[in-house]
Design a protein around this ligand. Sequence first.
Ligand SMILES: Nc1ncnc2c1ncn2[C@@H]1O[C@H](COP(=O)(O)OP(=O)(O)O)[C@@H](O)[C@H]1O
Ligand SMILES: [Mg+2]
Length: 141
Amino acid sequence: MRQVDFTYPNGTKALHGINLKIERGKTTALVGLSGAGKSTILNLLNKFYEPDSGEILLDGINLNEYENASLRSEIGLVLQKNHIFKGTIEDNIRYGKIEATHEEIIAAARKAYLHDQIMELPMQYQSDAQLLSGGSSSASL
Ligand SMILES: Nc1ncnc2c1ncn2[C@@H]1O[C@H](COP(=O)(O)OP(=O)(O)O)[C@@H](O)[C@H]1O
Ligand SMILES: [Mg+2]
């Protein structure tokens, strides 16, 4: 990120002149007080919003050049707020990759340690997703 400024649509100025280099193969943590702008940076990296000014490059190429779908297929995102929508557990997991097979969905649920809990439900993967408790609701494809 080079000299990134960002303002939310409601007028909140969230980022001012942010410079940040995240290096390949390293684990990088963003640490700071609540409201400092950590989640906002993640929103921009996912192209949920665009910077007002400055630029964001991935492998030297501006993020604008990447398709949202291909960019996001490389990103796993677990936010503080859970997003479970109405529908089956299978539909909710599939949301991360529409063309996923049932086997891939099971594999994702296993990775999130959800599979056993799902199998105990009467309708298993076809159960209403709202039945899952909040703390255990993050599976990523
Ligand atoms: N959706 C939003 N709309 C307007 N302002 C927001 C929104 N999300 C965050 N903000 C504001 O942007 C600033 C940075 O917030 P945020 O990125 O969530 O910080 P952090 O993740 O470091 O706690 C804060 O002032 C916050 O109130
Ligand atoms: Mg945050």
